[in-house]
Write a protein of this length. Structure first.
Length: 191
C-alpha cells in the first residue's frame, strides 16, 4: 500500500491500512524516539500512543504534509511532552519535600539503616546515572550544567535522572517517599 491508500484506508477504519502504516514506520519512529529521550520503554509508549491517536481520530485525519512527516512530528511532540513532564515532576518533588518538612517540622532522618540502604541503591546505579543524580541533588546543578560537565545531551541528563529516581522509588516502596528524599538530602550533605 502506498501512502495515499493507507490514508484512505485509515479514514474508512480499515485495520489493514493501520497495520501497513504500523509495519512501515514503527521501528523507524521507535529508534527516533529512543535517540531523542534515551529511554527505550518510554519510546515504545510514545510511538504506540501516536498510532493509537491516529486510529482513534482516523475519520478526522487531515494531513497538510506527508504521512511520514506527520508521524515523526507527532513522535517528536510526544518526546518533548515527556521531557517537560520530567522537569515538572522534579520541581513538584522538591516543592512537596519542602512543604512536608515545613509542615511537619521534620528533622533529617536519623534512621541509619535507611541511609545505608540509600547509599547502596545509589552505588548500584549505572555510573552515568549515579553521576547525574549526585550532581543534581548534591551539587544542585541544573540540567544544562550537568550536560556540559559530563559532555552529554541535556535530554540524556533528564532521562538518567528520571531512571535514578524511578530506581529509588522502586527500592523504597515500603517507606514514605518524603522520608527517603530527606534521607537522600542528608547523604548528599554529608559527602
Amino acid at each position: 500500500m502506498d501512502s495515499n491508500d493507507i490514508l484512505i484506508g485509515l479514514k474508512c477504519r480499515d485495520e489493514v491500512a493501520l497495520s501497513a502504516l504500523f509495519d512501515a514506520y514503527y521501528e523507524k519512529l521507535y529508534l527516533f524516539a529512543e535517540k531523542y529521550i534515551y529511554d527505550s520503554d518510554k519510546a515504545h509508549d510514545i510511538v504506540q500512543d501516536v498510532f493509537l491517536k491516529i486510529w482513534e481520530n482516523a475519520e478526522r485525519l487531515e494531513l497538510t504534509s506527508s504521512i511520514q512527516h506527520y508521524l515523526f512530528v507527532s513522535v517528536r511532540n510526544g518526546c518533548l511532552n515527556y521531557l517537560k513532564s520530567l522537569q515538572i515532576e522534579d520541581r513538584n518533588n522538591r516543592k512537596y519535600v519542602e512543604a512536608y518538612i515545613e509542615s511537619q517540622n521534620v528533622d533529617m532522618v536519623d534512621n541509619e539503616e535507611l541511609l545505608v540502604r540509600i547509599r547502596q541503591v545509589l552505588d548500584e546505579l549505572p555510573e552515568k546515572c549515579r553521576e547525574v543524580c549526585l550532581l543534581r541533588f548534591m551539587e544542585g546543578y541544573k540540567y544544562a550544567e550537568i550536560a556540559a560537565r559530563l559532555d552529554m545531551n541535556e535530554n540524556t541528563v533528564k532521562a538518567q535522572l528520571h531512571r535514578g529516581m524511578e530506581r529509588l522509588k522502586q527500592a523504597f516502596a515500603g517507606y514514605e517517599y518524603v522520608l527517603v528524599l530527606c534521607a537522600l538530602g542528608r547523604i548528599f550533605m554529608d559527602r
